[in-house]
Design a protein around this ligand. Structure first.
Ligand code: AMP
Ligand code: ZN
Ligand code: FE
Ligand code: FE
Length: 281
């Protein structure tokens, strides 16, 4: 069984439509794929309608959170998408992404980059708008060579010259809301230091005590030492340890199924999730 529990579609900042994503997941030899767009479940219906035979879809989302000024991501699986409290929080974050992206466009223009909100909105389409869409517009303009090159202090990395923050959830509140909606919570890439500051390990322990289910261990932004450290923390704190690609289509270099989750860990996630069920064609 090959299980990839973290992917993005055009419903947020991936480049595959949800239908393309499930077809590509099947072609990549995956048995299980989770669709975890940023702060939205908008891609689930299309992904389910296009599910190839033999592939199971785990409905999910990646929630934008912040603790003591440090941004972090919380993966949520198998929650009830209609549970009003969690749905409202997703909406608040999503809605705030628009004025925030416009703010970053304005700062970039002040820095002499001829980027327009119309172009960024065009690239984002119906998707929840984020920095990777702005980065793609910067690549088009020749300001940077790759999407990743835009994530520097010079441009739109956390705290960068053109960075603007957005509304983000308290991660303790996120864990509570996910559980309240019957879902399973997994702290995404907790030690992805190349993306910016990370929360201290004590925060992971506190989240575990507050009901966090797991942490993402095998991820492209974790080096070997970070993975070993996280595996130890998962063991000590009784957390599930997952692995996943964080696939974004052509907007990032990682391939579907580049990292995977152990079948026993997936079985435990499926057993704990009660707000929605994995879907098979
Ligand atoms: P946003 O949610 O709009 O703040 O954008 C965050 C997203 O930008 C993340 O989910 C990643 O997809 C992407 N991202 C963050 N840091 C980097 C980086 N250093 N290189 C490439 N992409 C990044
Ligand atoms: Zn993303
Ligand atoms: Fe993330
Ligand atoms: Fe992600």
């Amino acid at each position: 069984m090959r299980i990839d529990l973290h992917t993005h579609s055009t419903a947020s900042d991936g480049t595959d439509t949800p239908a393309e994503l499930v077809r590509n997941a099947s072609a990549a030899g995956l048995d299980v794929v989770a669709l975890t767009d940023h702060d939205t479940v908008a891609g689930h219906g299309e992904a389910i309608a296009a599910l190839p035979a033999g592939l199971t879809l785990v409905p999910g989302a990646e929630l934008s959170c912040r603790l003591d000024g440090v941004s972090l991501h919380m993966l949520a699986y198998l929650f009830d998408p209609d549970e009003p409290e969690l749905a409202r929080e997703r909406e608040l974050v999503r809605d705030d992404r628009v004025p925030r992206a416009k703010g970053m466009v304005a700062r970039l223009r002040e820095l002499g980059v001829p980027i327009t909100w119309e172009r960024v909105a065009g690239i984002a389409g119906d998707g929840s708008v984020g920095r990777p869409h702005i980065a793609s517009a910067m690549v088009e303009l020749g300001v940077v060579e790759t999407v990743s090159d835009a994530f520097t202090a010079e441009w739109i990395a956390d705290g960068g010259r053109a960075y603007v923050g957005k509304h983000e959830l308290d991660p303790f509140e996120a864990v509570r809301l996910i559980k309240g909606a019957g879902g399973v919570s997994v702290f995404a890439h907790p030690l992805a230091v190349k993306r910016g500051r990370c929360v201290p390990e004590s925060a992971v322990a506190e989240l575990a005590a507050a009901g966090l289910d797991g942490i993402e261990v095998d991820h492209m932004d974790h080096d070997t030492a970070a993975r070993e450290r996280l595996r130890g923390m998962a063991r000590d704190l009784g957390l599930l340890a997952t692995g996943s690609s964080d696939y974004h289509g052509s907007r990032k270099t990682c391939r579907l199924g580049e990292y995977t989750t152990d079948p026993d860990v997936y079985a435990e996630i499926a057993a704990r999730g009660s707000g929605a069920a994995p879907v098979s064609a």
